[in-house]
Design a protein around this ligand. Structure first.
Ligand code: GLP
Length: 241
């Protein structure tokens, strides 16, 4: 795994942007695996700015998002599809029909997992962007998720519910379940870009980079990927210097 430690959040976002832009420029029909959370917001802002100022086009780009809360759809501003439109997709020239999500409102969870998984197989990702949970989760693959997992419905852990509560009016509103790509789907991407910032990610970053490759730390599987870059700010990188 290639590790880049940056001075601050802006530098982390800039480095991540450069890698993302290279993929889009080299292949205007690329498939991007995208992530939600507060970490990628700076990167998305740079993509929007670059699109507006330099005309980088997403006309033929396709995207697939990592995960979605069960029970939430576009009409909820807490859904991940809403987040992605608000923070990136509605501000670039991408065709929204080419942007894919697990459907949080699907009635039959198993069928929805099958549908999304089949879709992912048809559109291998050229790059997969990831954030990192403070417990080492990636997407919503919580500790103990099998490394060979595919799209599935998960019960969120207490620590993830607590972490994500800051974005809801109250902890009671945080959905308890979510659809997520599995670890195998993530590892199938040609290139992986994982970003993390802030002190509360330092231990998870250490476990991801220097720890044992174990299902207890889902992100540790990335040590086995051929082309994975981790970009962190100084706080998140404090234990791996
Ligand atoms: C959620 C998402 C993850 C994300 C994580 C970290 O649990 N499912 O994909 O990486 O939060 O979020 P943040 O970037 O806000 O710290």
């Amino acid at each position: 795994m290639k590790v880049i430690i940056c001075k601050n959040y802006d530098e982390m976002s800039q480095k991540a942007f450069e890698i993302m832009k290279e993929v889009v420029i080299n292949n205007p029909r690329a498939v991007l695996g995208l992530a939600t959370g507060t970490t990628p917001i700076g990167l998305y802002q740079k993509m929007i700015k670059d699109h507006k100022e330099n005309g980088t086009s997403y006309k033929n780009i396709r995207t697939a998002n990592l995960d979605e809360y069960k029970g939430l759809g576009l009409e909820s501003d807490q859904s991940y599809i809403y987040f992605m439109r608000d923070n990136l997709l509605s501000h670039i020239d991408i065709d929204l029909n080419n942007t894919h999500f697990a459907n949080g409102l699907a009635e039959d969870g198993d069928k929805e997992c099958e549908r999304y998984n089949a879709l992912l197989e048809q559109m291998p990702r050229d790059i997969q962007l990831l954030g990192l949970g403070s417990n080492g989760h990636i997407a919503f693959n919580e500790p103990n998720t099998p490394f060979d997992s595919q799209t599935h419905l998960v019960d969120l852990t207490e620590s993830t519910i607590k972490d994500n509560a800051r974005l809801f009016n109250s902890i009671d509103e945080v959905p308890r379940q979510a659809f997520t790509m599995g670890l195998k789907n993530i590892m199938d991407a040609k290139k992986i870009l994982i970003i993390a910032n802030g002190k509360n990610k330092a231990q998870a970053v250490y476990n991801t980079v220097k720890g044992e490759v174990t299902e207890l730390v889902p992100a540790s599987i990335l040590q086995l990927h051929k082309d994975c870059t981790l970009i962190v700010d100084e706080d998140a990188g404090a234990l791996i210097k």
